[in-house]
Design a protein around this ligand. Structure first.
Ligand code: MLC
Ligand code: AMP
Length: 498
């Protein structure tokens, strides 16, 4: 047998252990390896190695999704996960920017993508229709320095950038968490986070499958369905974004007293509950502990670096703090003065180095070069170290919004809003919100006397932006605040709300 990546040799050792469990039954590690080898053979279509060709994936979380991801990696390709709720324009951008040559999709997604793939000349494989009966062929030897994944992340540019990670980066991201949070083959975890971001891909799915654990996928986050499984003691580990904890608290508080007591006791039996992808308000942390007696473990990460900081598995989990560097992560704070922060209580930008840090932004050498400072990745997040633990203070860029754990670019949303026939000018920002962390807010100057309402604007946006990017609030103004140079300044726009 040819040399294979450790993820697959480890899976081989799991044999018939259950990898996925749903209402329809279970699927084993052996089945996952077999299905992915057959699908890899179809992807290869007679060639020896995909040679880092980009294979886009669009399917709900589950066995088929991971079989397609593993097939791509085993055939020597690079996965480009697409967002299930994106618009056709957004899919087109990701497919063309990544120069994907194949899309693998479930039948429902395949029918949505068919016209686009035909127009772009991209091969479309429908997971519901592929004939996987033929025996798998020999698969190429894929070394860990090769690229494995491109994840699109919004940032300080209008269009999302592709973050290229190698198999070695992916492995380092996984191993760091498996070690720190003591993953084992006896773990069971629900998966309800989207699979086009690392929280769902690495922290939940890949860490579980690396460890021989069990994943229970859901088509979407559905509080009632998940709480029923919690009551059935289905899991040992739980990972979510802060918005989900807020929504769970609301659901638990609305439950009848007997059911409520059962749910909170069942949560108390989990061995680990993690929050990340956005700031967990200390009040939510404390409320969760009061309700369930679980101390949430908050950690900090980013698509480009994997996870960087974490409260300890054993030891104090401090509300409002993100703990200390994870295994394998070198981290420093760089002050505005340019000096490296030496002690405590002095803020600086988080910069990270180590084997988990991504290789480059896809086809953007300048953006890649700008994002490194002498080999250290500049996260754009500010933090301070207090009594041994780091605390995130905010972001350097005013144009990045975090809503429900999704990172959004204000510039991207502004560019779309400016296409609206009744909008003259606009500024988009994230305003504090108890449920979403930040709520996407549009401040617009209408053209002439046009009337603009939030409901019609949201409706108009639906064809152009994924649902979570669509403004939740709207303020119509006669003019945007400008500085002496005539430039719109976001802090002044923000001040309109205070
Ligand atoms: C959904 N909506 C959102 C939204 N998600 N609006 C703003 N921000 C969001 N994030 C909209 C829906 O379109 C809908 O609009 C309305 O809100 C209510 O929808 P819902 O169905 O009740 O919401 P729900 O589906 O429950 O979504 C909530 C959520 C989801 C928290 C489950 O946002 C989510 O999966 N977030 C996780 C994102 C993630 O994985 N980020 C990790 C990035 S990696 P309407 O008009 O239809 O009513 C990263 C690195 C790291 O950050 O450190 O991990
Ligand atoms: P993404 O680019 O989607 O991977 O999002 C990464 C960003 O999420 C980071 O740069 C932070 O701004 C934010 N983030 C992740 N975890 C936390 C956390 N625990 N607290 C505050 N912000 C966080």
């Amino acid at each position: 047998m040819t040399a294979e990546l450790p993820l697959f040799s480890r899976a081989r050792g799991q044999g018939d252990a259950v990898a996925f469990r749903t209402l329809d039954g279970t699927r084993s590690y052996r089945e996952l390896l077999d299905a992915s080898a057959r699908l890899a053979t179809v992807l290869l279509a007679g060639t020896a190695d995909l040679g880092e060709a980009r294979v886009a994936l669009l399917a709900p979380a589950g066995f088929d999704y991971v079989a397609a991801q593993w097939a791509t990696w085993r055939a020597g390709g690079v996965t480009v996960p697409l967002c299930l709720s994106a618009t056709e324009t957004e899919w087109e951008y990701t497919l063309t920017d990544s120069q994907a040559t194949v899309v693998v999709a479930d039948s429902e997604s395949a029918s949505k993508l068919a016209p686009l793939c035909a127009r772009l000349g991209v091969r479309l494989l429908d997971l519901g229709r592929i004939d996987l009966r033929a025996a798998p062929t020999a698969l190429p030897a894929v070394t860990s320095e090769r690229a494995g994944m491109i994840l699109y992340t919004s940032g300080t540019t209008s269009k999302p950038k592709g973050v290229v990670t190698t198999h070695a980066n992916i492995q380092a991201q996984i191993e760091s968490l498996v070690q720190a949070w003591e993953w084992s083959a006896s773990d069971r975890i629900p998966l309800f986070l989207p699979l086009h971001h690392i929280h769902g891909i690495i922290n939940v799915t890949s860490c579980a499958l690396w460890s021989g654990a069990l994943v229970e996928p859901f088509a979407r986050f559905d509080a009632a369905a998940i709480l029923a499984r919690i009551q059935a003691d289905a899991y040992t580990v739980f990972m979510a974004v802060p918005t989900i904890y807020v929504k769970l608290i609301q659901t638990i508080e609305a439950a009848a007293p007997a059911e409520r007591a059962e749910i909170v006791t069942a949560f108390g039996r989990l061995r680990l509950m993690v929050s990340g992808s956005a700031a967990l308000p200390a009040s939510v942390h404390e409320k969760w502990t009061a309700l369930t007696s679980q101390k949430l473990l908050e950690r900090y990460g980013m698509t480009e670096i994997g996870m960087g900081l974490s409260n300890p598995y054993h030891g104090e989990r401090r509300p409002g703090a993100v703990g200390v560097p994870l295994p394998g992560v070198e981290l420093r704070l760089k002050a505005e003065s340019g000096a490296i922060v030496a002690g405590e209580d002095e803020p600086g930008e988080i910069q990270v180095r180590g084997p988990a840090v991504f290789r480059a932004y896809w086809n953007r050498p300048e953006a890649t070069a700008e994002s490194f400072d002498g080999g250290w990745f500049r996260t754009g997040d500010m933090a301070v170290r207090e009594r041994g633990y780091y605390r995130i203070m905010g972001r350097l860029s005013v144009d990045i919004i975090k809503s429900g754990g999704y990172k959004l670019s204000a510039l991207e949303i502004e560019a779309v809003l400016l296409e609206h026939p009744d909008i003259q000018e606009c500024a988009v920002l994230g305003l504090p919100d108890d449920v979403w962390g930040e709520a996407v807010t549009a401040v617009v100057v209408p053209k002439g006397r046009s009337a603009l309402a939030l409901s019609t604007l949201r409706e108009w946006c639906k064809a152009r932006l994924a649902p979570y990017k669509i403004p939740q609030r709207l303020k119509v103004v006669e003019q945007l605040p400008r500085n002496a140079m005539g430039k719109v300044t976001k802090p002044a726009v923000r001040a309109l709300f205070t």
